[in-house]
Design a protein around this ligand. Sequence first.
Ligand code: PLP
Length: 482
Amino acid sequence: MADDHTFHMAPDEFRRHGRSVIDWIADYMATVEAMPVLSQDRPGAVRARLPAHPPEHGEPFETVLSDLTSVILPGVTHWQSPNFFAFFPANVSGPSVLGELVSAALGIQGMLWTTSPACTELETHMLDWIVDMLDLPATFGSGGPGGGVIQDSASSASLCALLAARERVTEGAADKLGVGGALTVYASSQAHSSIEKAVRIAGLGSDNYRVVDVDDAQRMRPEALEAAIAGDVVAGVTPCMVVATVGTTSSMAMDPLRAIGEVCRRFDVWLHVDAAMAGTAAVCPELRGLHDGLELANSYCFNPHKWMFVNFDCDCFYVADRRPLVAALSILPEYLRNAASEAGDVVDYRDWQVPLGRRFRSLKLWFVIRHYGVEGLRHHVREHIAIAADLAKWVEAERDFELAAPVSLNLVCFRHRGGDAFNQALLERVNASGAMYLTHTVLDGSYTLRVSVGGTNTTRAHVEAAWDRICAAASAPEGLVP
Ligand code: PLP
């Protein structure tokens, strides 16, 4: 006799609980502004609220949902608060969350075209749409030798760029590393740490990571790059890849792409451009100067999961020539063989990334781009930039504060004239208030506060209130003076 007992959630139950989850999320979106931005929990507090052992018997879903509020939420730092100004935005939107939900429900593995044609084809199509939207070089489109792919993160994109560059410079002998001697990678002192991490993961060795000097606006100095590469060539070392950053993490500095690209062409070195945060700005025609020279790049990435209202994870990675990338990452076991791949008519994105499996992430792009339209995305990006420009004016108007770097896009770096310890205490005080969350960096050797404006619901009023609070905290300095 068949045992028809099941522990699964039936479709009707799912419909009911799903509605409560959507209600929970909508309530969260509507009320997050009132919550302390930085979690007030101490280390271990979340675990202390959880039972030590898993339940033997399934529990009612209502209990799980109510524990979400009481057990989990206090330990959440609210990246979606309009008063979140730390690090960089990771802005979420309704259409993106719904796209994620559908992707989860379909639960496909899109490693091969044949394992879900829609996953591959929608992805290729969205990446082509983005070439249009940001006016990227046509070589990154799917019509020629290059193309785009979604990676989980800019870190993975930069690693894949390095693996492709290594493949190219060793002429296919990359997996026998050592052939051709040491390979070097170049990036400025302001490049993201993921570049050095890629060098380590790829086995090139940290000693072969060259940190190139920057000018007084934190931009890579092309003449310093040229000298470093020329010196390595003379020493018999092989330059493998240069990474230029469009929008550095600390201060949103823009490396001069064209001059860097020309150096790379002279020495025939792979140029990867990391525009993780800033790339979205190119949706606005008047800001496309930030990509000037991008046609000289071999690869490029930016993160819709930072500033384009797409929830993590979604990095768009492009190559001008896909052959070295696919050569570096393709291994074909028997169990993945199929007629479509063998006919050579399709793209198999497993060959463009480190993992085999992949989610249907392009649904998020499709939902978001169709909901906002290019016009909607431009509107919000322009608004964030205008608010940051206002904040910069307010900083300049306060005698006790100064800008610490030229204001670039949506990031304002500033400091109080009271010195490093004062600024650190000021940061801790405003963050402890729960009213906002800022983070810091060090620029030109001095402790610097950063306000990154990019929250989905951040308005001028939120930034104005944050600035008033910073000024008030600085002018009541009990506890701020060391
Ligand atoms: N590159 C730059 C310029 C960044 O600002 C960041 C994130 O701060 C990264 C790379 C890393 O991004 P991801 O978390 O997508 O790896």
